[in-house]
Design a protein around this ligand. Structure first.
Ligand code: ZN
Length: 407
């Protein structure tokens, strides 16, 4: 294996842990509120078998219905047809921002209720990110633009599986760590542009000259809650996800570039969506939809890398193991998350390889060459096409900008 291959494999080791750990139940002092009425029943994170992200409630921390933290709602386009997610209350935002304090709402005392609502929320971010005005502005932008509440994780010790117990401490992306929140804001801009581009590619939209189609967007990428933290004496997990919350490790070994952060964030968000789409009586979409396909591939190939190669959505190999998507213990959930990233990557490349008009907004990359047929996941074995289609239809409105195989 080349040096870069080994490095990549080493990095992925941390992703194994990233996706196999959650906050223990006893440390949930700042746990999200109960799901809103009508949400699927959720299981506590600590009960999830195999240590995967817990089933996500339909509403997370940012979805407390106690009242609006600010008067400005998330800008809605004609394509945003999903039921509105309630605004988080001021106190809810404070609880995420100051989750490391015994009394988060007391910590917000510098922002009295006499302050106009929007200015009061801004005050809260300035207080939390005091000492780094740029980070404060980025965190505020995440909230205003996408209702992403970027606060801190609660201190706890997590079970890191084969890596042992890992101490997690709350941390802020300020000063030398500001790059994390810069990367995340950049990733969110990219997601916004990506889903707008995907909308325009929808057959209905194309027939209408590129106008956004009015249809539900099923892949939720906002709002979510972000909780920054730092692992002590370890560089794993890089991130983990549960209950519409992504915990982000400032020491995470995967967070090495804007592109790596973008795909890691998309991967984690898939887990949240996976558990938000359970079949009747089931736990997550991936078990039901992709389980049989995944099991058949594993039965055929075991962990043999040459055999698994054509089926793996990602080319990363765990050191001493096999493809990350098929690494024993990861299960179909990780195959599915990697498939979601593969879908995102291929659509993004294809959409941005198209002639550029007014379409790309901030965060979008310049036009580039579209992937060749050889590089299209769906053009591999028949199992790939089946999984691709199921993913496309469940989470991405049936849109596929990638040309048909054979073209
Ligand atoms: Zn994962």
């Amino acid at each position: 294996m080349s040096f870069s291959g080994v490095l990549r494999a080493a990095l992925l080791c941390s992703l194994v842990v990233a996706c196999s750990s959650q906050r223990p139940a006893e440390t949930n002092a700042a746990a999200p509120p109960a799901p809103s009425p009508g949400a699927p029943a959720t299981k506590d994170a600590a009960e999830a078998p195999g240590g995967e992200p817990s089933p996500a409630g339909a509403a997370g921390t940012a979805a407390d219905a106690a009242g609006s933290a600010g008067s400005a709602g998330v800008a809605a386009s004609a394509a945003d047809e999903e039921p509105p997610i309630p605004e988080p209350s001021f106190d809810e935002v404070a609880r995420v921002l100051f989750a490391d304090r015994a009394s988060p709402t007391t910590a917000a005392a510098a922002c009295p209720s006499s302050t106009p609502p929007d200015a009061r929320v801004r005050c809260l971010f300035d207080e939390r990110y005091r000492g780094d005005a740029k980070s404060a502005s980025l965190a505020h932008e995440l909230f205003v633009r996408w209702r992403v509440v970027a606060g801190v994780e609660v201190a706890h010790t997590m079970n890191g599986g084969y890596r042992g117990m890992i101490r997690i401490e709350p941390a802020l992306p300020i000063g030398a760590e500001r790059k994390h929140i810069e990367w995340i804001v950049s990733a969110m801009h990219d997601f916004e542009a990506f889903f707008a581009e995907l909308d325009r590619h929808h057959p209905v939209a194309e027939a209408a000259g590129g106008a956004p189609a009015s249809r539900p967007k099923r892949y939720r990428w906002k709002p979510v809650t972000l909780r920054f933290m730092r692992s002590v004496a370890a560089r794993t997990p890089s991130a983990y996800a549960h209950d519409w919350t992504v915990a982000w490790n400032l020491a995470g070994s995967l967070h090495r570039s804007a592109d790596a952060v973008r795909e890691t964030l998309f991967h984690e968000m898939f887990h949240l969506n996976d558990y938000a789409h359970p079949p009747p009586g089931g736990e997550a979409w991936s078990f039901h939809a992709l389980g049989a396909t995944f099991d058949a591939i594993v039965k055929r190939c075991g962990t043999a890398i040459p055999c698994l190669g054509p089926y793996s959505p990602n080319d990363t190999i765990v050191r001493g193991g096999t493809y990350y998507s098929f690494q024993p213990g990861n299960g179909v959930r990780e195959y599915a998350a990697e498939l979601a990233v593969r879908y995102y990557r291929e659509q993004r490349e294809q959409l941005r390889a198209r002639p550029q008009t007014e379409s790309t907004s901030s965060g979008a990359s310049p036009a580039r060459a579209a992937p060749s047929a050889r590089g299209r996941f769906k053009c591999g074995p028949p199992e790939n096409a089946r999984a691709w289609t199921l993913m496309r239809d469940e989470f991405f409105g049936g849109v596929d900008a990638v040309p048909p195989c054979g073209s």
